[in-house]
Every structure is written in C-alpha cells, then in structure tokens.
Write a protein that binds this ligand. Structure first.
Ligand code: PLP
Length: 413
C-alpha cells in the first residue's frame, strides 16, 4: 500500500507529505482502493454474505464505504450497532453478536428489527423472549456455538475452545431446542461461530465447518429450520514476511466438500482480512537516545495509538519515509508512554534517523484506531482516507483541553 515514487512516499496517488501538511502525526491513513479490492475478492470467493466485523475499524467513513460495497455489518455492542445504522447499513444487513448484551442493548436491537441477534447463552434466550413478548415483537435469533476448536492462534485472541467465554457448547443443542420451542416470540433461524482471530490453519477451519454442518443438521433433525450458518471471521494476514501464508481460496474447497449442495445460506464475519493491509500509521521521531547500547527512537505514536505490539506481542513492519537506506543502523522503536511495554519493535535496521524524521508502521488498518486511548492524557490519533489523488480527514480528535473539561469535580473539592 505504501509506494515510493521518486523517493516520495505515496498511498495510491496521494503523497504522505501532502497529508502531513494538514494533519499532525500520529495519524492513520487508509486506502479506499485496497479496501475495495479486498472486499470484492472476498465476495468473489466466499459469496455475497459477508458481514464486516465493525470492531476492527468502526470509523463512519469506513462503514459507509463497506456499505457501498454491498456487504453487511457484524457488531458486538450497541455502540457499534448505532454506528452501523448511522453509516447507512439497512437493519436487515446487521448481525448483533457479543458475549455480554444488556437488557437495554437487546431492546434497542429488537426495536430496530435487525437481521439476527446471535445469542450466547440459554439465559440470554430467555431474556430476549421476555423482552420480545413485552414489545409484542417476533425476533429472529441465531445461536453462537462454541465448537471447541483450537485455531492455533495466541490465547488472547482465541475464542473457539470449550473453556473460552464465547458461545454455547454444542452439547447444549437439545436444551436450546427445548427452550426455543417454548418461546413463542422467537424464530431460531441461524447458528454462528467464531474460533478466533489471525488463524492461518486451514485444518482448524475444516474442522469448524464440519462441526457447524453437523450442528445445523442436528437442529434440523430436532425440528428447527436453520437457514443461516455463519462461519465467523478470523482470516489471517501476513504482518511479518516469515508469517505463514494464508490463502482464502484454500477455504473454498473445504466449504464445498463440507456443505456441498446443502440448503444453508453460509455467511462470514471478517474484519482484519478486509482492512488491516489497507492502513498505515504515520509517526514522527520526537527523541533519540542510546541506553545500555540500545539505539532508541522515541516516536509520537505509542501503545495508546496502536496497542497490538504491547498487548499481543504483535509485529508490525516499520519503514522510514524520510531517509534512504544507504546509512543504516539498528534501532528499537518505542512510544512516549510511561510504560516499559510501550515498544513497537526491537532491533530493526533503518536508515540513520534523527529527531523530526517520519516512520510508517504498516498493516495497521484493523484493531488500530479502534483500540486507541488517551492514556497518559495524550490525544487520540487522526484518521485519513485516501481515494486516488484525493484525501479527507475522517477523524479529528478532541483537543486535550476538551477531554479535561469532561471530568466533573464534585462540590466538596
Ligand atoms: C464474533 C466475531 N466475529 C468476527 C470477528 C472478526 O475477526 P477478524 O478481525 O479476525 O476477522 C471477531 C473478532 O475477534 C469476533 O469476535
């Protein structure tokens, strides 16, 4: 996504230098072209029932773009549901997941007549029935199942094992059917699963598909007409050149073998796969130092801007856009936050850097800005969308003074 033309860094036909004239670092840039290509390619392989996982990037402009590409939205909170509706998604193209939905969240989703509320427990099914009855509504629900499959990803983003907090165990299907049969306001028409994120292991997907097909058939044999089988997201992208390669095409054969001519409508909820590679984070070096023989570059983006390295030990490639490689040096790139874990990468080779130079952190379109915070009372990052030689600010943070004003001092102080 980042290209150099005559040594000038470009995203599509827009120079990053031009963006820097109107936006201070740190900021995220997204390429509309790459998002569009990724969505089209995914639809071509997996079919039209793609629901963008809004948790990965919930900017209104990004959601509007996703909606214009004719995909749905997969939300995990009432806030994301409101964001999706506000960006123009039709109610019947929104799926509401989430391991903890409050009564108010459910009432809102019921009133909006969304496509499916995917429930995560028997207790929640009872609550939805009670609320639907009170509101005199018939509600389409799905159940998120826990297929007890280890996707082989890191434990912090694994969601499909029996001991994970997500979904309902497959052994509960009969209990679900018995319960739903007594719920006159509920229409159980779907099952879903999501075994985790950043999964490259095709075998894990294959086993998941098999479990879900078996589960759907079991529901049908017990008299429940399952229409939608949602197979989740989690598709892997390559953050590091040594990461395993994952080809979404490899799932196609497994899907055909497993679901063949079955009548279920298959759907998917990718987030990272559609947008991670379409984003970069631009940051300025604000200090340099040598401690214990380590050459530190301290940049103005920190773990508050992009938390993945500190939280998951994630790797993001970092490149210099100010200097050429002819005079390289080994650096550790760290943020300004008062935490030792605020390090983006250790011991990378970069051209010799000085204060004021600019670095670009790659593949940050997913789980970047959405996970940012004002920790250490620092501003949130801005966001910019590029469309060929056009670009627009799509998020501009509050001034810190405004954040400070939002604190409330009690009368006794
Ligand atoms: C329920 C659900 N669906 C979809 C996703 C999207 O995952 P990914 O961004 O890895 O595709 C997630 C994220 O973990 C999720 O929790």
């Amino acid at each position: 996504m980042l290209e150099f033309k005559n040594e000038i860094p470009f995203v599509e036909d827009t120079s990053i230098h031009d963006i820097m004239k109107v936006s201070t670092t740190p900021f995220y840039i997204y390429s509309q072209e790459i998002i569009t290509q990724k969505v089209k390619m995914t639809k071509k392989i997996l079919g039209n029932n793609i629901f963008f996982s809004v948790k990965s990037n919930s900017n209104q402009a990004i959601l509007k773009l996703m909606n214009s590409l004719n995909i749905g939205a997969d939300v995990v909170s009432i806030g994301e549901l409101k964001r999706s509706l506000s960006a123009g998604f039709a109610s019947n193209k929104i799926i509401f997941e989430g391991v903890g939905k409050s009564k108010e969240d459910l009432i809102y989703a019921i009133q909006k007549n969304i496509r499916l509320i995917n429930t995560e427990s028997l207790e929640e099914i009872k609550l939805i029935q009670k609320l639907a009855l009170e509101k005199n509504k018939f509600v389409n629900i799905g159940v998120r199942l826990n297929p007890n499959i280890d996707g082989g990803t890191i434990s912090k983003i694994s969601t499909g094992k029996k001991t994970d907090k997500f979904g309902i165990e497959i052994s509960e299907i009969e209990n679900i059917v018995n319960l739903v049969s007594s719920c006159n306001n509920l229409n159980l028409i779907g099952i879903s699963c999501h075994i985790g994120s950043q999964i490259s292991n095709v075998e894990a997907y294959k086993n998941t598909f098999a479990e879900m097909k078996k589960a759907a058939d079991t529901f049908v044999s017990l008299g429940i007409k399952i229409k939608h089988v949602d197979l989740g997201g989690g598709f892997h992208i390559q953050y590091h050149k040594d990461d395993p390669k994952f080809e979404i095409e490899d799932l196609k054969g497994e899907l055909d073998t497993c679901f063949g001519s079955s009548v279920y409508e298959l759907s998917f909820e990718p987030g990272r796969y559609l947008i991670a590679e379409a984003g970069v984070l631009v940051t300025t070096i604000i200090n340099t130092k040598q401690n214990g023989g380590i050459n530190y570059l301290i940049v103005d983006a920190g773990m508050n801007t992009l938390i993945r390295p500190a939280m998951y030990g994630a790797h993001h490639e970092i490149v210099s856009i100010s200097k050429k490689m002819d005079n390289s040096k080994t650096y550790t790139v760290a943020g300004p936050i008062c935490e030792s874990s605020d390090i983006f990468v250790k011991n990378i080779l970069l051209p010799k850097q000085t204060m004021g130079d600019t670095l670009v952190i790659k593949n940050t379109g997913a789980y970047g800005k959405v996970m940012s915070s004002t920790y250490n009372t620092r501003s949130l990052p801005s966001e910019v969308l590029v469309n060929k030689d056009n670009f627009a600010m799509i998020y501009s943070p509050n001034k810190i003074e405004k954040d400070i004003e939002e604190d409330i001092i009690p009368s006794w102080l």
